[in-house]
Design a protein around this ligand. Sequence first.
Ligand SMILES: [Zn+2]
Length: 345
Amino acid sequence: MERRTFLGSPAAALGAAPHATGGPPGELPPKFIPTAYALPRSGYSPFTTPDYYTYANDLVIERPRRGQPHQGKVLAAIQPHSDDVPLYCGGTVAKLIDEGYTGYLIRVSNDEAAGRTLGHGVVQNEIDNHAVAKPLGCKKAFSFYYRNHRMDDDAEIEIRARLIFLYRLLQVDTILTLDPYNHYEENPDHLVVSRAAEAACWMAGGDKDYPEHFRAGLKRINVREKYYHARSPQGHNLVNRIVDIGAYIDHKVRANVANVGKGPAGNAGARLRRELAKQGKKLPLLGDSDDTANFAYVKHFLMEDFRLLGEQFGLGYAEAFRYIGPEPDYSANLRRYIDEHAAPL
Ligand SMILES: [Zn+2]
């Protein structure tokens, strides 16, 4: 990990903006300072990075770490739908698990809106959710089965309570999920799930909420780290952590290929290969089988915006987050000050 100041000064920010984004020079009059940075886009898929990021001045680039620094820790990757984690934070999930975390995948929807019929969507995405967990290295996948695109009609408090139960049961240290403050988000499920997941972090650590859990043997848990990712194709997010996923891009690709029922990946490469063959053509990058076609399609087209994002930071591929880390030990800090400064009466 490397801590650095990304924007040294307002003047530096203005000068750096066109180069940082790879876009054309800005047209802002001198009295204005850019506060959001357009992301370079391949134009291959809407399911990649948002339009703008605002970067915090204490931006951290999280690089691969040797050994198992997260041994003994537990993460939960929470997704409304079967394609959210693979598309938006699959590289980081795979990285953290490879570095020692025990990982769990939690899907909240039944994904009925993604299939040949509603019923087919439910079954296929149930299968996919388990298949997606494997290349990411997750130990187990859960599903809550709320109806797709209708979660603003569900009781958010119930989703939150179910997450509190799982946080306590699994003793979750870290979550990865959609940013609860995704601007311009159009999907109601994303907003409901991210809000519930965020509030559940705080409440899982208390001893007054759902006290029957403790009678059943569960223990409180403080969820100490949160990685919130963007989604909206036209979105704007605050980012303070860029994760280098270069070593895990193939894990991410395989997780997306496993997502057959939903999203832009699955068998898209094989379908394209067949379509071209009917026209007497082929795209050499797709290789000579459905498997090579599916993998290459995802890596070449759907991961391209994550490569372009990484390029901005000198990385092969990257994912971006609003990261919230462990809170300081407030009482220990107070005690230290008091011990150092207390004077005799
Ligand atoms: Zn989704």
